[in-house]
Write a new protein. Structure first.
Length: 186
């Protein structure tokens, strides 16, 4: 009887640890699969940087060997000059680009939206990149905030309240896309 209880206990413990190992292997397999799916999305990024004039410029970079399509870049433009203590007028835009080629970088200076800003545009106009979303080479849609890792896009973001600028018809944006730089070392 003691032998039977010991055997049963041993079988139970073995089964438990076997199930844990299987669960860990499944979790690792899922993480590996997600990492493979996200491989190209990890190589697409967008950010802002300050210019010498005091303004800022937005950038999107595709460091992958494949193009990304249906690219949307959410930016906020804050016209200058900004007086200390005043609340700045922010204007949200979605820059829509049909395709960002492989190994390329496109810059978006704040002066690109000069017509929309009118007289409030000055050299210290700030352009802040907030988020991008795009389709990878396999047709998966991704969203990427400038402060996080890419995530699969479950539904299309709400665009109400944004001015849309598309490179299909917007000359200043067409020029920036046409002048895309090659990313070194790609």
């Amino acid at each position: 009887m003691i032998t039977a209880v010991g055997g049963l206990l041993f079988t139970g413990i073995s089964t438990y640890y076997s199930a844990q190992v299987s669960k860990d292997q499944l979790d690792q397999s899922q993480e590996d699969s997600e990492a493979r799916a996200r491989k190209q999305a990890d190589l697409v990024s967008a950010w802002s940087y300050r210019e010498k004039s005091g303004g800022s410029t937005g950038v999107i970079s595709n460091r992958s060997k494949d193009p990304v399509t249906s690219v949307n870049i959410v930016i906020t433009v804050i016209p200058g000059p900004r007086l200390k203590g005043s609340s700045p007028f922010e204007r949200p835009y979605v820059l829509q680009i049909a395709t960002v080629g492989p190994c390329s970088k496109i810059t978006f200076p704040a002066k690109m939206v000069r017509d929309e800003l009118g007289r409030s545009w000055t050299p210290d106009t700030e352009m802040r990149v907030d988020m991008i979303w795009f389709s990878d080479a396999h047709g998966s849609r991704w969203t990427h905030r400038t402060t996080s890792y890419p995530a699969l896009l479950k539904k299309h973001p709400e665009l109400s309240g944004f001015d849309e600028l598309r490179n299909a018809y917007r000359s200043p944006l067409q020029v920036q896309v046409a002048n895309a730089e090659t990313v070194p070392g790609c």
